[in-house]
Design a binder for this molecule. Structure first.
Ligand code: ADP
Ligand code: ASP
Ligand code: MG
Length: 486
């Protein structure tokens, strides 16, 4: 009889030091006694930031960044290697692999500095190196614990489009490759330890799935090999009613639906990459979020319908690093094509639109995009409007990046009157200035825009007003049989 198949993903802090890597490997060893396991790993905490930073500095012509990067990566990974791998031959083999990968990254960075230009494609080839390093350490540690394991590069089977920095998986190609390459490895009894975050385009060029993308790797691969469940091991107890950094008393949500989790992730709950739930939707695979620092706790389970008995609002999220673009003004009143031009421009810029409102008739459309998409969106808007409107009237694109989105999420908000009223009256009492408001017809979220400086106040006020703590499940009970929970 085939054993259950589980994908276990470990985030950056969960593999952030030798001690954390050993802890992660012990969790894998325990799971592997009862099931076939695929491990997906992030880079060690801080490594992706260092890679991105070094690449950007090199792109500005900094000739030192590649050397500093090399020293940082070697020091960090050698230290972990020494602590984790005692077998001399194994240690030497892994050290050689790590050094080769670091040298490759440093050489790329040096090339970038020499040219003084960083393309998105080259950035992906540098920023994805952290996962290639951590996967070797995790696989080696498993072998030290007596669990057969090997590191695999997701570029061999996670196939994406070629949108560097924010690639999307190609489902059919990934499924075919993962079933051919990854699944037989997992079923062979040796644990594959796969690089999160990275994939490859059809022509074999390395791509990345966007920051925080290892969650997405886990669900893409889980769906591709028909895993029975996916466990995302992180540094908090699960999905909470708010980001604990903003609301320290936020409590655990034991059971939420795919829709709720997707909305929370979309609106900035960093615990999940925004696209994490897409791949598993059709197959209904449960996704657990659990704390690698407290593995005896149950965590959150995300399932197709959540817990129907837990009604109403679930959580509040906040998102900084966004920019409000307002298209409007006297020059274009009554011009019927404004909405079409606006969204043709955002499509051309491949901007991710987070929220849209239209103030009155056609003369004022506001929308919010991640700040990194704002510059090219504005350029695309200017190009479009230049064709349609006289240049003299081109003063109607306003840009404001001093804003934050706050979103209130819950499937059962639909059909529960009064939530918006309570939220907005309370924000009024707290003197929070609302810049724009949006509620989709699905009614499972209300999102609004506030000044960045008022974000924390707004989140805390909404959390308190809607009694999210009381509505959430009580503090998690330790589970006696960890393996029974995922
Ligand atoms: P990992 O490295 O494991 O992927 P992340 O840092 O990406 O971890 O995500 C976990 C962090 O997400 C938590 O430490 C927490 O600060 C943040 N977070 C934001 N919103 C939420 C939420 N609603 N529930 C839980 N964590 C949240
Ligand atoms: N290491 C990548 C990042 O820091 C991916 C991830 O951690 O999920 O964005
Ligand atoms: Mg993450």
């Amino acid at each position: 009889m085939t054993r259950p198949l589980q994908v276990m993903k470990f985030g950056g802090t969960s593999v952030g030091s030798a001690e954390r890597i050993r802890g992660a490997a012990e969790l894998v060893a325990a799971a592997a006694r009862e099931r076939d396991v695929v491990v997906v790993v992030s880079a060690m905490a801080g490594v992706t930031n260092a890679l991105v930073d070094a690449a950007n500095r090199a792109g500005r012509g900094d000739q030192n960044s590649w050397q500093e990067l090399s020293t940082f990566l070697i020091t960090k990974h050698h230290e972990a290697l020494r602590a984790l791998i005692s077998d001399p031959a194994r240690r030497e083999r892994i050290r050689a692999e790590l050094d080769g990968i670091v040298e490759e990254a440093a050489n790329r960075c040096r090339g970038v500095a020499w040219l003084g230009e960083l393309t998105p494609r080259v950035l992906d080839s540098i920023s994805g190196v952290g996962e290639r390093l951590s996967s070797r350490l995790v696989a080696g540690t498993l072998v030290e614990l007596g669990v057969p394991a090997s590191a695999l590069e997701a570029t061999d089977f996670l196939i994406t489009d070629d949108v560097h920095g924010n690639a999307q998986p190609l489902e059919a190609e990934t499924r075919e490759r993962a079933q051919a390459v990854l699944l037989p490895r997992a079923r062979s009894g040796a644990v594959p330890v796969v690089t999160g975050f990275i994939g490859a385009s059809k022509s074999g060029v390395t791509t990345t799935l966007g920051r925080g993308g290892s969650d997405y790797s886990a669900t893409i691969l889980g769906a591709a090999i028909d895993a029975d469940d996916i466990v995302i091991w992180t540094d908090v107890d699960g999905v909470l009613t708010a980001d604990p950094r903003l609301v320290p008393e936020a409590s655990l949500l034991e059971h939420i639906s795919y829709n709720e989790a997707a909305e929370l992730a979309f609106f900035g709950a960093k615990v999940l990459h925004p696209s994490t739930l897409h791949p598993v939707r059709r197959r209904g695979i449960p996704v657990w979020i659990r704390n690698s620092f407290a593995p005896n706790r149950r965590g959150t389970v995300i399932s197709p319908n959540g817990n129907p008995s837990q009604d109403c609002t679930k959580a509040v999220t906040a998102m900084r690093g966004v920019t409000l673009l307002t298209v409007g003004g006297p020059g274009i009143i009554g011009v019927p094509d404004v909405a079409a031009w606006t969204f043709a421009a955002t499509a051309e810029a491949r901007a991710r639109i987070l929220l849209i409102t239209q103030a009155s008739s056609q003369d004022d459309i506001c929308f919010v995009v991640p700040s990194e998409d704002a510059g090219r969106t504005v350029e695309a808007l200017r190009r479009r409007f230049l064709i349609g409107v006289r240049p003299v009237e081109l003063d109607h694109i306003q840009v404001n990046d001093d804003v934050a989105i706050v979103a209130v999420v819950g499937d059962k908000m639909r059909g529960t009157p009064g939530i918006a009223g309570r939220v907005f009256s309370r924000l009024g009492r707290e003197a929070v200035n609302l810049i724009a408001i949006a509620q989709g017809s699905s009614e499972n979220n209300i999102s609004f825009l506030v000044e960045a400086r008022q974000m924390k106040t707004a989140v805390a006020a909404v959390h308190d007003e809607l009694n999210l703590n009381q509505l959430a499940a009580p503090a998690p009970e330790p589970v006696a049989e960890r393996s029974a929970k995922g």
